[in-house]
Ligand binder design. Structure first.
Ligand SMILES: NC(=O)C1=CN([C@@H]2O[C@H](COP(=O)(O)OP(=O)(O)OC[C@H]3O[C@@H](n4cnc5c(N)ncnc54)[C@H](O)[C@@H]3O)[C@@H](O)[C@H]2O)C=CC1
Ligand SMILES: O=C(CO)COP(=O)(O)O
Length: 335
């Protein structure tokens, strides 16, 4: 009898641990934690208290702080570290994976400097493997609590996606497929910036209509940049686009939204990030996205205001005053 597929997840933050927990219900799963104390806590107490509080992790989940051991074990590799750490993490396991192990990224940011998407960084570091992502409206805590949700495995080869779907799915976690890797990945990256704007709106006490406007026009500029870069605009109407945008902009648990709220309360960016203590990808991604907007000649007024706020050139209140001055063009102008 063939042995079961072994899933290895790199990164034991809130989402990496949660995804490892999903996989562990289906198949043997190993989680790499760079901190040996975290690996020990997962193995001995079935908890990752720093990121998931008291939540109990599945029995089948094992952890290690030895990344080379983890790489040797992988039949499927999941990369769950933040975008800025993907390259340094994968460089440690170059040539350590077996041939043709599929790799899925969970990261929702762009690499500072290179402007590469996480799947592109993965392909550079570990060439010759099928590379895709798992993305969608997936606030980690809710999924760790067993609340119903859905995500998308996006990978060019649909037969690989079909093989990967059941590894992460459960009765309450639906996993769809999509071959538009670029569109799915950009959806997850760009919604974080709109979520910072939504958080600022929340903190400034604007009304429900303003929130709806920010989400809708935020989706328009996400779609505009995506289409200019070669993505299918229909992807932005799916789980990885509007789905993730709604979850992140409306959930009080979203780290990106919380950063926006903290800035609107008058905290500096450093104070807001220290209060958060977790990654908020939109902060580092906003300037990189504005570079792309200029390169592709796409107007992104909401992202531009968010970038100005995180760079310290404007306050949230000034950013919202700035948005009022944006000329209202034709609503259906995407590109
Ligand atoms: N938490 C969530 O609800 C979701 C998060 N994501 C994405 O997943 C990615 C990971 O985020 P989270 O798990 O939420 O982050 P987190 O802030 O909860 O944890 C980050 C993890 O990465 C590790 N890490 C940080 N810098 C590192 C480095 N230089 N080298 C190696 N490891 C490093 C930390 O030790 C920690 O284990 C992000 O791109 C995020 O946008 C995607 C969907 C949902
Ligand atoms: O990507 C997420 C939900 O899908 C998590 O968003 P935050 O990083 O803002 O918490």
């Amino acid at each position: 009898m063939a042995r079961p597929v072994r899933v290895v997840v790199l990164g034991s933050g809130s989402w990496g641990t949660t995804v490892a927990g999903l996989a562990a219900h289906n198949t043997p799963t190993l989680l790499w934690a760079r901190n040996p104390d975290t690996a020990a806590e997962i193995n001995e107490q079935r908890r990752n208290s720093r990121y998931l509080g008291d939540r109990e992790l599945p029995e089948g989940l094992r952890a290690t702080s030895d990344i080379v051991e983890a790489a040797h074990e992988a039949d499927v590799l999941v990369v769950g570290v933040p975008s800025h750490a993907v390259r340094a993490t994968l460089e440690q396991i170059a040539d350590r994976l077996r041939a043709w192990v599929p790799i899925l990224s969970l990261a929702k940011g762009l690499e500072p400097g290179t402007r590469l998407r996480p799947t592109q960084v993965v392909s550079e570091c570990l060439p010759g493997h099928p590379v895709g992502l798992l993305s969608g409206p997936n606030i980690a805590g809710e999924i760790a609590d067993g609340m119903a949700a859905a995500a998308v495995v996006a990978i060019q080869d649909d037969s690989v996606a079909t093989a990967l779907q059941p590894l992460f799915a459960s009765k309450v976690f639906r996993v769809y497929r999509n071959t538009d890797v670029l569109g799915c990945e950009l959806g997850g990256v760009l919604k974080n910036i709109v979520a910072i704007a939504a958080g600022m709106a929340e903190g400034l006490g604007v009304g429900d209509n303003t929130r709806a406007m920010v989400l809708t026009r935020g989706l328009a500029e996400m779609t505009r940049l995506g289409e200019a870069m070669g993505a299918d605009p229909r992807t932005f109407a799916g789980l990885t686009g509007i789905g993730d945008l709604i979850a992140t902009c409306t959930s009080p648990a979203s780290r990106n939204r919380r950063v926006g709220e903290a800035l609107a309360r008058g905290l500096t960016l450093d104070e807001a990030l220290a209060e958060l203590g977790q990654v908020a990808e939109g902060v580092k991604t906003a300037p990189t996205v504005m570079e792309l907007a200029r390169e592709y000649d796409v107007e992104m007024p909401i992202a531009a205001e968010v970038e100005a706020v995180v760079a310290g050139r404007r306050t949230p209140a000034e950013a919202y005053r700035g948005l009022r001055k944006v000329a209202a063009g034709h609503e259906q102008d995407i590109v």
